[in-house]
Design a protein around this ligand. Structure first.
Ligand code: CTP
Length: 219
C-alpha cells in the first residue's frame, strides 16, 4: 500500500526570522520552530519529498528532510519561492512583519544627551500570500495564525484575504500551547469546514494536521 503523500512535494517554513539592526543586534521572536519541524517530519513519514526552510532554530532536522537555513524574512521569501513548484506549502514560520529600513554597517552607539533611539521599520513581504497567488501556486496552501482572542474571526479573515486553502489557528497566551512549548492545540479552518486537533504533543498534532492536508489534497 502506498503512503498518502507518496510522490508529493511538500514545502514547509518553520521558526522565527531575525531582522538585523546592526552587526550585533536583531529583532526576533519566540518561535522555537518545533511545530513546523514536526510538520515536516510528519509529511516525510507519510511519503512526501519534504523541503524545510528554517529560520534560526535549535531543533534537529528530521531524517530524510532537506533543510535550507535562512535568517531574515527576505531570505526566507527567496528560499521558499526558489523551491516552487510544490504540491503543498505549509507556512508555519513566525515571519517578522516588520524589518529595519536599513541595517547599520557598524554597531550603533549611544549618543550623549539622548535617552531615546528611533528605529524605522518597514513591512516585510507576506510570503504566504505571495505563494498563494504565485503563477506556480501549490495545490494546497496552508497558513498558521496565532491569536490571543476571536480566533475563528481572525483566522477566517486570513484564510480569505491571503487566498489560502487551510489555516491552522492556535490560541496563544493560553494554557493549551503555543510558542516555546512541546504541546499544542489547533483549530483548522477551510471554506465550509473546521477541525480541532489536540491538545496533544506537537508531534501528534503535526501528524493530524498532515493527515488532514493529505485528505484535502485528495478531495
Ligand atoms: N507570514 C508570511 N510572511 C509574512 C508574515 C506572515 O508568510 N511576512 C505567514 C506566517 O508564516 C503564517 C501566517 O502568515 O502562516 C501568519 O499570518 P499573519 O497575518 O502574519 O499573522 P500575524 O503576524 O499574527 O498578523 P496580525 O498581526 O495581523 O494578526
Amino acid at each position: 500500500m502506498s503512503l498518502p503523500l507518496a510522490g508529493r512535494r511538500v514545502l514547509v517554513s518553520a521558526g522565527p526570522t531575525f531582522e538585523d539592526i546592526d552587526p550585533v543586534r536583531f529583532i526576533g521572536n519566540r518561535s522555537s520552530g518545533k511545530m513546523g519541524i514536526a510538520v515536516a517530519a510528519a509529511a516525510q513519514a507519510l511519503g512526501a519529498e519534504v523541503v524545510l526552510v528554517a529560520g534560526p532554530v535549535h531543533v534537529a532536522t528530521p531524517d530524510g528532510v532537506r533543510r535550507i537555513d535562512v535568517r531574515s524574512a527576505a531570505q526566507m521569501r527567496e528560499a521558499v519561492l526558489g523551491e516552487l513548484p510544490a504540491d503543498v506549502y505549509i507556512g508555519a514560520a513566525a515571519v517578522a512583519d516588520f524589518t529595519p529600513r536599513s541595517v547599520s554597517g557598524h554597531k550603533l552607539k549611544k549618543t550623549a544627551g539622548s535617552d531615546t533611539l528611533v528605529l524605522e521599520l518597514v513591512r516585510t513581504p507576506d510570503i504566504l500570500a505571495e505563494v498563494a497567488t504565485h503563477p506556480r501556486r501549490p495545490s494546497l496552501v496552508v497558513g498558521f495564525a496565532a491569536e490571543t482572542h476571536d480566533v475563528e474571526h481572525y483566522a477566517r479573515g486570513k484564510l480569505a484575504n491571503k487566498k489560502l486553502d487551510l489555516i491552522a489557528a492556535n490560541l496563544v497566551g493560553a494554557a493549551e500551547g503555543g510558542f516555546e512549548r512541546d504541546d499544542n492545540a489547533l483549530t483548522v479552518y477551510w471554506a465550509g469546514g473546521e477541525r480541532t486537533l489536540g491538545p496533544a504533543a506537537k508531534t501528534l498534532v503535526a501528524a493530524q494536521l498532515v493527515a488532514l492536508v493529505a485528505e484535502r489534497l485528495d478531495g
